[in-house]
Ligand binder design. Structure first.
Ligand code: F6P
Length: 328
């Protein structure tokens, strides 16, 4: 068999570990030929690829980013009035390359594209990845816990400077429209206020929580906020009378080496992808369900996102401990 691998969408720690997981099992155990497609779906449009042999798959486990490169190319997105030739070109190139399966490593957008390609008759396997942890159909994505570790360390570091200056420190974390990183890092880093898009927030409640801390003799507060929410630090400063600063952590959350947990998760998902290919179980996304590596049909995943629900135990326990989620 000859398989192709690509990574699409935003990068995250663990992509190279999963390329290695797919590639080494495919080559060594199953005797497949493996090619890497550069720059996501752009590479398939432009026939930009490289053979992934043993040498190319060495030294990848701890490496951040993706050796294949990535892009946000969405081949099914058409402009009004302009015929979209991209899906046809991709299907043609897939066949000309002699591929038996295309492995697509990516987030929600990538899984949707993978599903649409499967509807064109291509054999596709999806592997979920994103620091945002918002891919529908899996309990967890690799990259997430590495990002949470980085964000937690950043919040830890804000405590001493916030305390020294008696300030409100707002830290904006990534997550797109999902509050997973903010909730997990906010709780792990001991934030006093945690604001996520799934719950929304009321600024009055945020200010009340900050002032309540002052009444209890706590002269500083840490507010963790997800990038999907707009927060006005000047208004907090004006309405509470406490000096307020904002830090945006940004792409640091996405860069660098994956944690041990994410390396192993990426390896397990990559290995399972090759099992599905050998069994001819195409058009599925490998996933984690109840701590087990399994898979779901791409048709169920496409077009959905997995968000934090208000009954998440970290929210329930956080509220009981007096942490404000900006709503009550
Ligand atoms: O999908 C991961 C993510 O880091 C989001 O949290 C963020 O909104 C987005 O990517 C930004 O990525 P880019 O600037 O590369 O489009």
């Amino acid at each position: 068999m000859r398989i192709g691998i690509l990574s699409a969408g935003g990068d995250c720690p663990g992509i190279n570990a999963t390329i290695r997981g797919v590639g080494k099992s495919a080559l060594t155990h199953f005797g497949m030929e493996v090619i890497g497609i550069r720059s996501g779906f752009s590479g398939l449009l432009e026939n930009d690829y490289l053979p992934l042999d043993d040498d190319a798959l060495s030294g990848l486990l701890s490496l951040g980013g993706t050796i294949l490169g990535t892009s946000r190319e969405k081949p099914f997105k058409s402009q009004e009035g302009v015929p979209n030739e991209k899906p046809r070109i991709i299907a043609e190139n897939y066949r000309n390359l002699g591929l038996d399966c295309l492995v697509c490593i990516g987030g929600n957008g990538t899984q949707k594209t993978a599903y649409k390609l499967s509807q064109l008759g291509l054999n596709v396997i999806g592997i979920p990845k994103t620091i945002d942890n918002d891919v529908w159909g899996t309990d967890i994505t690799f990259g997430f816990y590495t990002a949470v570790d980085i964000a937690t360390e950043a919040i830890d570091r804000l405590h001493s400077t916030a305390s020294s200056h008696k300030r409100v420190m707002i830290i904006e974390l990534m997550g797109h429209k999902a509050g997973w990183i903010t909730l997990y890092a906010g709780m792990a880093g001991g934030a006093d206020v945690i604001l996520i898009p799934e719950l929304g927030y009321n600024l009055k409640k945020v200010n009340q929580a900050i002032l309540h801390r002052v009444e209890k003799g706590k002269s500083y507060s840490i507010v963790a906020v997800c990038e999907g929410l707009d927060i006005n630090d000047k208004r907090i400063e004006y309405e509470t009378g406490i000096e307020t600063r904002k830090t945006t952590l940004g792409y640091v959350q996405r860069g660098g080496s994956p944690s041990a947990f994410d390396r192993n998760l990426a390896t397990r998902l990559g290995g399972h992808a090759t099992e599905l290919i050998v069994d001819g179980q195409f058009n599925r996304m490998v996933c984690v369900h109840d701590d087990k590596i399994t898979s779901v049909p791409l048709s169920e995943v496409a077009g959905k996102a997995r968000l934090v629900t208000p009954d998440h135990d970290l929210i329930v326990q956080g509220k009981r401990m007096g942490i404000s989620f900006g709503i009550e």
